[in-house]
Design a protein around this ligand. Structure first.
Ligand code: ADP
Length: 971
């Protein structure tokens, strides 16, 4: 390095010496001709030396040339000394200029070499750059230089690419629009052109590049070519692209969210959704499928890209029959890149028919089961990123939210509508107040109370709406309910359209979700009418009760005083009055009897002259109802009114007690305030007066009747006693007559017999027959008397009852029958016969009579057949009398003993009277008898506490029965 430098220095000095020598030679040759050129020659030598050499060679040339000038050309010639001033100045100038020039040259050379150095360093750097493709283009765009970066990025080696046109890096679409030439144009005109865009590598793959094209010009500004700096930005670009997609998707999500919140209806939201999804994902098809309730079918609710008529109609089956079905089944987003290669499920015809080959589907959630499926599909081959899936799921979530909200909004709306119609449908006032008592909500019925529109009332409290006293009362109640936290039912008074209304209000504390009382809910029912009706009902009840009390008093056969008292008590509980009275007039005596109450200080039970109460004529000429609103205002007053006025009475009501238009008395009422009696009061009083008049009249009549009845009773008792006495006397008489008759009859019989026995020879046949007839008549008479005696004995004798064996009695009676054998009668006794309670001889007599009749009253050509049997427990069969008897003696059971014959029978009209004494239906000739037999039967049985009767059909026979108490219980 040092050697090179010294040889370089040697060469420079040689140039200086040579140039100086040549300049001296030329100057010596031409100086005689042209002296002025001498300096120029030497100067040229200096310049040349410093140009080609360096500062040193310049200085050496300057030195050598100065010596030559001083020696050869400045006086003294051929001497190195310079004597003249001129010569000194000239030489000095020469030296100075030469040194300066060589210095300048040296500086220039240094600068040049530095430039060269830096240029070289730059070139090396450019060539070494890896990340950037940096190359030069000539004016036509052909590639002139190529660096490592360019080779790496574009894939060409320098050898391959130098001389080629740079348009080979552009993609087809850029080439089509002449973009490369256009870029050059802009760079040429504006100095540079920067862009980003797709470029093609040698292997045909594309990359995203950031490019700067710069025009290169020379110092004069003429265009020399272009430099191009290119950087590959694919990864960057992808990230950016990704980001942009994300942003777009996020924007779409936000947009949908906003739309969903805006309260748009569901169908519109779905339509918007499918459009937005298709746009955002850059897919042609989007669909919203709703899972129908039966869960085996999905309905295309909204869609884009599909044939429009399919929306709302097309269905897709679930399970592995469709992507959507599989999505539901799989319960996760499902991505399909090529439906034709799908193995997990069969693609739906909807997808196939539209040529959709790829897509994503996600679940739209619902409240178990899922609501449906959201799908986006494309007919292009493409891949889907996780972002795409997330985006679609995001959209589906918004939809789910919106659907849920729509459903709950609908439910809410429905329940609101229901509430509204319930609220408005009721006639009850319904309202909600806050803690301050301000109305928050109310129905029309409630608004009506205030006579104002609902919105005029909301926000106001009762003090702003109602009179202060009423509002204060309501407030007090509300405050109590909210403090205690307990519901109450209260009656509240409200003045409404001028009249007072009573409301029955149920008020409940109203709580927020945490249970704090934030107001109250009230339901108020207008019960004014009900109250009025209740009061009317109460009065009408009282009225009715009063009338009923009077009726009852009549039925209880109470006295007029009691009736009047009862009526007054009732009346004064319905009509407010201070004094009341019921007065009876007796116009015959001119007296008034106070039945109940008081009038003019006359009290019940007192009797006063009518005139002490009122002049007679005023009584008689009066209207049935007299109402004086104010006694004090009368110009003249009856004594009673005068008295009452002093007692403080003002109103007076008198209602006449009329019986068949005849005045029998008065019902009077006094009250201590004027005009006290309403028309209703008057109606009640008059109603009660009418009833009272009837009742009093009835009572009086009944009293009269009772008197008559008592008198009659008295008379009957007296007469009966007389009759009984007469009867007894008669019976005694009959008995004694019968008894007394027997003695003469005996003597007659005895004498007739004696006559027959002793004097029959003396008598002819007629005489003898007379005697026989006398005897027979006597016998008959004796029989009659005997019977009569028996009969009267029967009613007189004391009868001791015992338990009797009926079989034994019947047998005994049969044995006494005289005609039994003569008539060849057949008597059948049906066993068993019970024991009865009776009197032995009497019962035997009774049966003898019945049995002998049963044999007797049979035609002579017929064999009498008699049947006797007992019927246990049968009673009352003969009619009411029997029943009555039975119940009277029902302590013991009864039996009926029947005696049945096959005789002539008894006509119905005679069946009763044959039991009387001496009643016979036939002549003595056909059926002899005394007519006492059945009378004895009846009397005897009755004395034993029993009854008799007969059932008979004429010509067929009769059945007599006697009913007796039995000792044997029915088995
Ligand atoms: P007498 O048998 O003495 O005539 P009763 O008093 O026994 O008197 O009977 C009164 C009348 O009742 C009888 O005259 C008869 O006409 C009628 N009579 C009584 N028993 C029977 C009977 N079993 N069948 C038909 N008639 C009868």
């Amino acid at each position: 390095m040092h050697n090179a430098n010294s040889s370089w220095q040697l060469r420079n000095y040689s140039i200086a010496v040579l140039a100086s020598a040549i300049a001296l030679l030329f100057s010596l040759l031409i100086s005689p001709l042209l002296e002025s050129v001498t300096f120029s020659m030497f100067f040229t030598a200096v310049v040349l030396s410093s140009w080609y050499g360096d500062r040193g060679s310049g200085a050496l040339a300057t030195f050598l040339c100065s010596l030559a000038i001083a020696y050869f050309f400045l006086p003294p010639i051929y001497s190195l000394s310079v004597m003249t001033l001129d010569g000194t100045i000239r030489l000095g100038l020469f030296v100075s200029i030469s040194l300066l020039t060589s210095e300048l040259n040296a500086a220039r050379k240094r600068a040049e070499s530095k430039l060269q150095e830096s240029e070289n360093r730059y070139r090396e750097m450019v060539e070494a750059v890896q990340d950037y493709a940096i190359y030069r283009l000539d004016l036509q765009g052909r590639i002139v230089t190529w660096n490592t970066g360019a080779e790496r990025i574009e894939g060409y080696t320098a050898k391959e690419i130098l001389g080629e046109h740079f348009s080979c890096f552009y993609i087809a679409s850029d080439l089509e629009r002449g973009h490369p030439a256009h870029s050059l144009q802009i760079a040429a005109s504006q100095g540079k052109f920067a862009e980003e865009g797709w470029r093609v590598r040698k292997d045909g793959s594309q990359f995203w590049a950031s490019v700067l094209l710069t025009a290169i010009r020379d110092k004069q500004g003429s265009l020399l070519g272009f430099s191009k700096v290119l950087r590959e930005m694919t990864a960057h670009k992808q990230a950016e692209e990704e980001l942009r997609v994300r942003a777009r998707q996020q924007k779409a999500i936000a947009q949908l969210g906003q739309l969903a919140l805006s309260g748009i209806n569901l169908t519109a939201l779905m339509d918007e959704t499918v459009t937005l999804v298709a746009q955002t994902l850059n897919m042609e098809y989007c669909k919203i499928l709703e899972l129908l309730p039966q869960r085996d079918i999905l309905l295309l609710r909204a869609g884009i890209g599909w044939q429009p008529e399919l929306v709302g109609r097309a269905t897709v089956s679930t399970g592995t029959n469709s992507q959507a079905g599989y999505t539901l089944l799989f319960n996760q987003p499902v991505v399909v890149t090529d439906i034709n290669k799908e193995t997990r499920f069969r693609g739906s015809s909807l997808l196939f028919n539209h040529g959709a080959i790829g897509g994503i589907s996600v679940i739209i959630n619902g409240h178990n089961p899922p609501w449906g499926v959201l799908g986006a599909h494309t007919s292009r081959q493409r891949t889907f990123s996780q972002n795409d899936i997330n985006f679609l799921q995001g959209v589906a979530n918004i939809l789910a939210e919106a659907i849920d909200r729509s459903e709950s909004t609908q439910a809410l709306q429905e329940s609101y509508n229901l509430l509204q119609s319930v609220l408005e449908g009721t006639n009850d006032a319904v309202f909600v107040k806050d803690r301050q008592g301000r109305y928050q909500l109310l129905n029309t019925a409630a608004a009506r109370i205030f006579g104002n529109a609902k919105d005029q009332i909301v926000g106001k409290d009762d003090t702003q709406l109602l009179p202060i006293d009423i509002a204060a009362a309501i407030r007090e109640t509300d405050r109590r309910i909210m403090t205690r936290g307990r519901a109450e039912v209260v009656e509240e008074l409200v003045r409404e359209a001028g009249s007072l209304h009573t409301y029955l209000s149920t008020k409940d504390p109203y709580r927020d979700a945490r249970g704090n009382i934030i107001g109250l809910i009230g339901i108020a029912r207008d019960i004014t009418e009900r109250k009025r009706a209740e009061a009317a009902l109460f009065r009408s009840n009282q009225r009715l009760e009063t009338l009923q009390a009077i009726d009852r008093a009549i039925l209880r056969a109470e006295s007029p005083e009691q009736i009047a008292q009862a009526a007054l008590e009732r009346l004064t509980s319905v009509i407010t009055c201070q004094h009341a009275a019921v007065i009876l007039f007796n116009f015959n005596t001119g007296e008034a009897q106070i039945l109940a109450g008081q009038i003019a200080l006359n009290f019940a039970k007192s009797v006063v002259p009518i005139t002490a109460l009122t002049p007679l004529e005023t009584v008689k000429q009066r209207e049935p109802t007299l109402y004086i609103e104010d006694i004090a205002s009368l110009s003249s007053r009856t004594p009673a009114l005068e008295r009452q006025l002093q007692e403080g009475s003002r109103s007076f009501l008198a209602v006449a007690l009329l019986v068949e238009d005849n005045l029998i008395g008065d019902l009077t009422l006094f009250a201590n305030r004027p005009a006290a009696f309403s028309p209703e009061d008057q109606a009640i009083a008059s109603e009660i007066a009418t009833q009272l008049a009837i009742a009093i009249q009835q009572s009086r009549l009944r009293e009269q009747l009772q008197n008559y009845a008592n008198q009659l009773e008295q008379r009957v008792t007296e007469r009966t006693a007389a009759l009984v006495e007469a009867n007894n006397e008669l019976e005694a008489f009959g008995y004694s007559v019968s008894h007394d008759l027997r003695a003469p009859l005996r003597s007659m019989q005895g004498l007739a017999q004696a006559l027959q026995e002793d004097y029959s020879d003396l008598l002819d046949s007629d005489g003898q027959e007379y005697i026989e007839r006398i005897i027979a008549s006597a016998e008959r008479m004796d029989g009659l008397i005997q019977d009569l005696l028996n009969y009267s004995r029967l009613s007189r004798a004391e009868m001791k009852l015992r338990i009797l064996n009926l079989t034994e009695i019947v047998t005994e009676a049969t044995s006494q029958l005289e005609t039994l054998r003569s008539r060849q009668a057949q008597i059948t006794i049906e066993q068993p016969l019970p024991e009865v309670i009776g009197h032995r001889t009497t019962l035997i007599q009774v049966l003898v009579n019945l049995l002998s009749n049963a044999i007797k009253f049979v035609p002579t050509n017929k064999q009498p057949q008699v049947r006797v049997w007992a019927e246990v427990g049968r009673a009352g069969g003969a009619g009411e009398a029997g029943g009555e008897l039975l119940t009277q003696h029902s302590v013991l059971p009864r039996i009926r003993l029947w005696v049945e014959d096959n005789g002539i029978g008894i006509a119905p009209e005679h069946q009763e009277r044959i039991f009387n004494v001496f009643e016979r239906l036939h002549g003595e000739e056909s059926y002899p008898g005394s007519g006492i037999g059945l009378a004895i039967v009846r009397k005897g049985v009755e004395r034993m506490g029993g009854q008799v009767g007969v059932e008979s059909v004429i010509g067929q026979g009769s059945r007599f029965w006697i009913e007796l108490r039995t000792a044997t219980m029915k088995t």
